[in-house]
Design a protein around this ligand. Structure first.
Ligand code: G3P
Ligand code: CA
Length: 235
């Protein structure tokens, strides 16, 4: 079973920060790290989940309306370049990276090419999986470079599979964990990685325990976890 760190080790560290990515990268046996990207006002690719800054920073407003120099001064939001610089030595040893383009609400025209160019510049293209809830975006990535590893992302596995087979011609599906109700034989030819809505940092609630063996028996290949450190070595 592939174990992925969702927004880094985001149950014990602030999500999508260098701190949470470093904690994840140091974990032995981790398959990869997932993160979310958007564009700042100056065109810098920044790593943050929400379109607005309010939940995870002391700033307010939209990500697109502030320059990266502002983020450097006032927040822990890293640029993708900073994250790749941190992760490159780990990726050279096999660590994978799932870059989710957060471009469903705000399209961020041209973000696909910018991200792909940076990935190529770092020489890590074979370790990267691209995904997005916006299937026009994943389709564009796959068409631009058919050798890219692209995952179709949606709540429902049927929507993922529909996009994957008929629109994007992707390599994997990333559905929400509770929406996987297909028999194993229906999923044989495609990688299935599930995501959850488990609590993030700070630890306000108890963490849900997922039975990875049961998930594996349903044909699921991987899971994105906020607390991968609690599963590694115990599965
Ligand atoms: O890519 C899987 C998962 O990260 C999608 O949901 O809201 O955490 O970006 P979200
Ligand atoms: Ca994500």
């Amino acid at each position: 079973m592939e174990i992925w760190a969702h927004r880094g080790c985001s149950f014990r560290h602030p999500e999508n920060t260098l701190e949470s990515f470093e904690a994840a990268a140091k974990l032995e046996g981790l398959t990869g790290i997932e993160l979310d990207v958007q564009l700042a006002k100056d065109g810098e690719i920044v790593v943050i989940h929400d379109e607005k800054l309010d939940r995870t920073t002391t700033m307010v407003g939209y990500v697109k309306d502030w320059a990266f120099t502002d983020y450097e001064k006032y927040t822990k939001i890293p640029s993708l370049e900073q994250v790749l610089t941190l992760l490159k030595p780990y990726m050279d040893k096999g660590l994978m990276l799932n870059i989710e383009l957060k471009n469903s609400e705000i399209r961020y025209e041209g973000m696909e090419q910018k991200v792909m160019d940076m990935v190529h510049r770092f020489g890590i293209a074979d370790k990267v999986i691209y995904s997005s809830f916006n299937s026009d975006s994943t389709k564009l990535i796959k068409e631009t470079d058919p050798s890219t590893n692209v995952a179709c992302l949606a709540n429902d596995i049927l929507d993922c599979m529909n996009d994957c087979n008929f629109k994007v011609h992707g390599d994997a599906v990333h559905p929400f964990i509770r929406m996987v109700n297909l028999p194993k034989f229906a999923l044989e030819d495609i990688k299935v990685r599930v995501w959850t809505k488990d609590p993030l940092y700070p630890r306000e609630y108890f963490m849900i325990h997922h039975d990875l063996r049961k998930l594996e028996s349903k044909g699921i290949d991987g899971i994105f976890l906020n607390n991968p450190e609690d599963y590694l070595g115990k599965f």
